[in-house]
Write a protein that binds this ligand. Structure first.
Ligand code: ADP
Ligand code: MG
Length: 283
């Protein structure tokens, strides 16, 4: 019997080597699959093939999970839970086509426009999730948060690094452009992001404001024009105007819990609704 390290039980060494080679699934499965293969009379190449395939499948899953984590989605939402009948004005065919993510490969943009609560963020999240699953890197942020990060990075003299990171991501999602007017510097920095991504990477923007009102957020007409010029050069526009899904849900819940209100029309004024975010504060 050999002594020293080679005298260790092979399982111990194998575990060590497989860890070093970053093959956790092979490590976890090799014994079980060996027994199955022995039982079924499967030869060695096929045994190895089974193990390697399991590792590949797991590795892909781990990478998707890593991309989802790196994207910083506020919630993970998919089209499985999106009810297209709730928003008949939305071009379902276009959305499902976008979910194939070829627009990311083509470095095209998507802009979702519509009033509050119509599912713009949900659609942006679902497109982001699809992109992670297809192997693209994604970053999700809101316009306000992005501008805040840019200003902070500028103050801390690390703006270039942040701009490079924002330029490198395959799909950048900027949610909620329009709720908060930006300072001139903020607008300038946001413009730079879009400008640096122009024809280099895909960007999804959601906004409650029609294009003609974007000047009210960005401040300057000149800047808005230049920004829209870049953003809309290769763009798919999703028009998402309709009833707020949130309001419909909450009044639906109320109706089902209180039959006396069943005949009452949906009235936004009967609840405390934040006109900015559409959030309902009273149930
Ligand atoms: P917006 O970003 O347009 O204000 P959200 O995407 O935040 O709207 O939608 C508000 C809530 O309603 C979210 O919880 C979202 O998942 C849900 N929602 C909106 N539209 C739909 C829909 N068509 N099907 C399913 N859920 C929806
Ligand atoms: Mg939203």
């Amino acid at each position: 019997m050999p002594t020293g390290t080679t005298g260790d039980t092979p399982q111990v060494l194998l575990a060590h080597h497989l860890k070093q080679l970053k093959l956790p699934t092979v490590l976890r499965e090799y014994d079980k699959v060996a027994r199955e293969c022995a039982r079924d009379g499967v030869d060695h190449p096929r045994y190895l093939l089974r193990l390697v395939e399991l590792e590949l499948i797991d590795r892909e899953r781990r990478m998707v999970e890593r991309r989802i984590k790196a994207a910083r989605f506020p919630a993970v939402k998919s089209f499985d839970t999106f009810d297209f009948t709730a928003i008949p004005g939305l071009n379902k065919m276009l959305v499902l086509e976008l979910a194939r993510c070829e627009f990311v490969l083509r470095r095209e943009n998507v802009i979702a426009l519509g009033n509050s609560g119509t599912g713009k963020t949900h659609v942006a999240l679902a497109l982001g999730l699809a992109a992670c699953q297809k192997g693209f890197t994604v970053t999700f942020t809101t316009a306000a948060s992005l501008v805040h990060q840019l200003m902070e990075a500028r103050d801390e003299r690390r703006l270039l690094k942040l701009q490079r990171d924002l330029q490198a991501v395959k799909l950048l999602i900027v949610d909620e452009l329009g709720y908060i007017p930006l300072s001139p510097t903020g607008a300038e920095l946001l413009f730079e992001v879009f400008s640096q991504r122009y024809e280099r990477g895909s960007t999804i923007v959601t906004s409650n404001l029609p294009f003609e009102d974007w000047t009210s957020v960005l401040g300057s007409e000149r800047l808005t024009g230049a920004l829209l010029d870049r953003l809309t050069h290769h763009v798919h526009i999703l028009t998402m105007n309709g009833d707020s899904y949130r309001l419909k849900q909450s009044s639906g819940r109320r109706r089902s819990s209180n039959p006396e209100q069943a005949a009452e029309p949906i009235r936004a004024t009967s609840e405390t609704v934040d006109p900015e975010t559409g959030e309902i504060s009273a149930s």
